[in-house]
Design a protein around this ligand. Structure first.
Ligand SMILES: Cc1cc2nc3c(=O)[nH]c(=O)nc-3n(C[C@H](O)[C@H](O)[C@H](O)COP(=O)(O)O)c2cc1C
Length: 313
């Protein structure tokens, strides 16, 4: 079973991916958070940093794109190909109101005919393999039956399914019956994404779905970055954290912004630690970098890791 790191805007940027691979090597792929190409046909400095030349990396990265304009996607695909990437992933899942209001992300699932025309144009001209990350639908999970018929008409190199609809965002139960429908009826290879929280979850999934080749993990890997790579040792986690903070400080030119960036990781990391309520509260409140460093040190050195993480993989 291949394991991928999910794209996560504000979390899995290029710095995070490089350092994650340094401290926890072994994942099959990393997906970038989405790029939104515009008619200006030029990468910004930040986008250039987020899309490093693929040959400079010793791990596999798949760029993700969010657009409803086929020409913008095709331009971005050509840029990715030039920079050495071998695949482009289309985001058909983003639930954010500002994205769906423009008919993008999971907003594209609300108009299957337009989605069909979009994919037709993309697949007739694409110069590199295209994968798709989708939800089950916009409002009703049963929309997926028709959506899968559309996906089946195109050579999607991998179809990642997050079995929720837009209004669920990332919460509530996943509709596994409709994933089962995909397993039985998809003409394209599948990847599963959603609520896999532990190695046990992955191994049960693998037993239940032996024909599905890949799983994509998001929040659980931010919380437990070594989960599928030999386990998360506290010393390694601390070194990973410290080098992330240092690198963000250099790149942002500002330790406070680096600290706010790291606090996004702590939303997930904190649940690794027993009895983290008090220090977690102080961590969320502080706006002072020295205090932030002291609190994180105290967390790493005094709080016990939850048993799940200490298990001998
Ligand atoms: C903060 C955050 C940012 C995300 N950014 C993206 C994104 O850029 N592209 C995307 O396809 N999904 C994005 N997702 C969704 C994740 O890729 C994934 O589908 C979701 O977290 C469910 O998987 P999980 O249960 O393993 O966490 C994001 C999710 C979160 C929580």
């Amino acid at each position: 079973m291949r394991c991928y790191f999910a794209p996560m805007e504000g979390l899995t940027d290029s710095i995070y991916r490089r350092l994650h691979h340094k401290y926890f090597p072994g994942l099959d792929r990393y997906y970038t958070p989405f790029f939104s190409p515009t008619m200006h046909r030029k990468l910004t400095n930040r986008e250039e940093r987020e899309l490093p030349i693929a040959d400079a990396l010793d791990f596999t990265v798949i760029p993700q794109v969010l657009t409803k304009v086929p020409e913008d996607l095709l331009w971005f695909a050509a840029v990715c190909k030039d920079r050495g990437y071998n695949e482009l992933n289309i985001n058909l899942g983003c639930p954010s109101g500002t994205v769906t209001a423009k008919g993008k992300g999971s907003g594209m699932l609300a108009d299957p005919d337009q989605l069909d025309r979009f994919l037709d144009c993309v697949f007739s001209k694409a110069t590199l393999p295209i994968s798709v990350k989708t939800r089950l639908g916009f409002t009703d999970p049963r929309e997926f039956i028709q959506l899968l018929e559309i996906y089946n008409q195109y050579p999607i190199c991998e179809l990642t399914i997050h079995p929720r609809v837009r209004k669920q965002f990332y919460n509530g139960a996943v509709e596994i019956e409709l994933f089962d429908h995909a397993v039985q009826n998809s003409k394209n290879p599948l990847c599963y994404n959603g609520n896999l929280c532990s190695l046990q979850d992955i191994s049960s999934f693998e037993k239940k779905y032996p024909t599905v080749g890949a799983v994509m993990l998001g929040r659980a890997l931010i919380a437990d970055p070594g989960m599928v790579c030999g386990g998360t040792k506290i010393d390694t986690l601390e070194q990973f954290h410290n080098e992330l903070l240092e690198t963000y400080t250099e790149v942002f030119g500002n330790a406070r912004n680096a600290m706010f960036r790291m606090k996004e990781n702590w939303r997930h990391l904190l649940c690794n630690f027993e009895e983290s309520d008090k220090l977690g509260k102080r961590l969320r409140k502080t706006t002072d970098i020295s205090e932030y460093k002291a609190i994180t040190q105290e967390i790493f050195h005094t709080l016990p890791l939850r048993k799940m993480l200490l298990a001998d993989w």
